[in-house]
Design a protein around this ligand. Structure first.
Ligand code: FNR
Length: 358
């Protein structure tokens, strides 16, 4: 199944593009507006230089960690992404098998195209559930209870995307194919129809009706016994607010450049957030992770773990569960090589000194 010319994660991209309908391709690759942040997420990693360290004793080296009460084999998680059946007929069932084969924790999207219980049944590695607070709050809380009952180990609330602007997707005329939908959101009361008259704001009076606020996070915090993570933190101020409200971990993320264009790269936002948070809660990072050295850089700059979005989708489109497992395997092996080359036998040993400073 795996094309023989694939040596690195990025090599999956052209193969996936070839297999997918152009509008679907636009919807997964695309970002917000002019896609400066999409490009910046990659460019920023490329700008960061590393110091090697030679002849270090690497006996007993490993990549294990504990995160939110769970033991993980390695710090590479699957980011939540919508509608995997767009990419492969088996959808999230294939993704979760690939993740489990590589003992990778997977964050299942609120917009998954299969029931969260069916995905959980196939998992042998940790699963977390990603939540978008729905305008129907009672439905939102019931969804959290479903995830708890199905054995999910944490709730990841994505807080950065109440409204989006996706021009590439619009130009390509992307529409969900018949038969693919966010099945776990079936039955939610739709938001009130926009009341805006022609001259009024359809953003403020329409799209934002029922959007979440910090108050909703406090309520969710009180209602679930699971660890609660906030995804979409990009400033020290929001990080501190998240800790104050009781978040167990924070995900530094600009949503892969899909929400507010011209935000900085998430890796560039990380150091200041890490400084403000000062170890009170673990930080995770996503956006542009394509190499083991990217993982190493994120850990050196203050993250405990990373999440990977688009490459997993490319692997899924090309090779189903096998493709997903292979993408994770490549990243993990590259991380181990990078650790060996920088003299870090454990994740805790990866500190700021691996980053070269002019
Ligand atoms: C996403 N992302 C996302 N995030 C989320 O919280 N819920 C979701 O349903 C989705 N859906 C989604 C679909 C697609 C096609 C993409 C590309 C992304 C964002 C995702 O979790 C993550 O933040 C980024 O994808 C990370 O950047 P990279 O690894 O794609 O560069």
């Amino acid at each position: 199944v795996i094309p023989p010319d694939i040596a690195a994660v990025a090599d999956y991209e052209p193969h996936a593009r070839q297999r997918l309908d152009a509008a679907i391709w636009a919807s997964i690759t695309g970002g917000s507006a002019d896609e400066h942040t999409v490009a910046e997420n990659r460019a920023a990693f490329a700008r960061i230089r590393l110091n090697n360290r030679v002849l270090a004793d690497m006996s007993g080296a490993h990549t294990r960690l504990e995160l939110c009460g769970q033991a993980l084999e390695h710090p590479i998680l699957l980011a939540p992404t919508a509608w995997h059946r767009l990419l492969h007929p088996e959808g999230e069932a294939a993704t979760v098998m690939g993740a489990s084969a590589m003992r990778a924790a997977m964050v299942v999207s609120a917009m998954a195209s299969l029931p969260l219980e069916a995905i959980a049944k196939r998992a042998t590695s940790p699963l977390w559930f990603q939540l978008y607070v729905q305008p129907d709050r009672a439905f939102t809380h019931a969804l959290v209870q479903r995830a708890e009952a199905a054995g999910y180990g944490a709730i990841v609330v994505t807080i950065d995307a109440p409204v989006t602007l996706r021009n590439q997707e619009q130009r390509a005329g992307f529409r969900l194919p018949l038969g693919i939908e966010a099945v776990n959101l079936r039955g939610a009361q739709p938001p009130p129809p926009p009341k805006a008259a022609a001259h009024e704001s359809e953003v403020f009076n329409g799209l934002l009706a029922g959007a979440a606020t910090w108050e909703d996070i406090a309520i969710l915090r009180a209602r679930t016994r699971l660890p609660l993570l906030l995804k979409g933190i990009m400033t020290p101020a929001d990080a501190l607010k998240g800790i104050e409200i009781g978040a167990d971990a924070l995900i530094v993320s600009n949503h892969g450049g899909r929400v507010l264009d011209t935000q900085p790269a998430s890796i560039d936002a990380l150091p200041r957030i890490a400084e403000a948070v000062a170890g009170r809660v673990p930080l995770l990072l996503d956006g542009g992770i394509r190499r083991g050295t990217d993982v190493l850089k994120a850990l050196a700059l203050g993250a405990r773990a990373v999440l990977v979005g688009r490459p997993v989708l490319h692997g899924l489109a090309v090779g189903g569960a096998t493709g997903v497992a292979h993408v994770l395997k490549l990243l993990r092996t590259e991380l181990e090589i990078a650790m060996a080359q920088t003299g870090c036998a454990t994740l805790d040993a990866i500190g700021p000194e691996v980053i070269w400073r002019p």
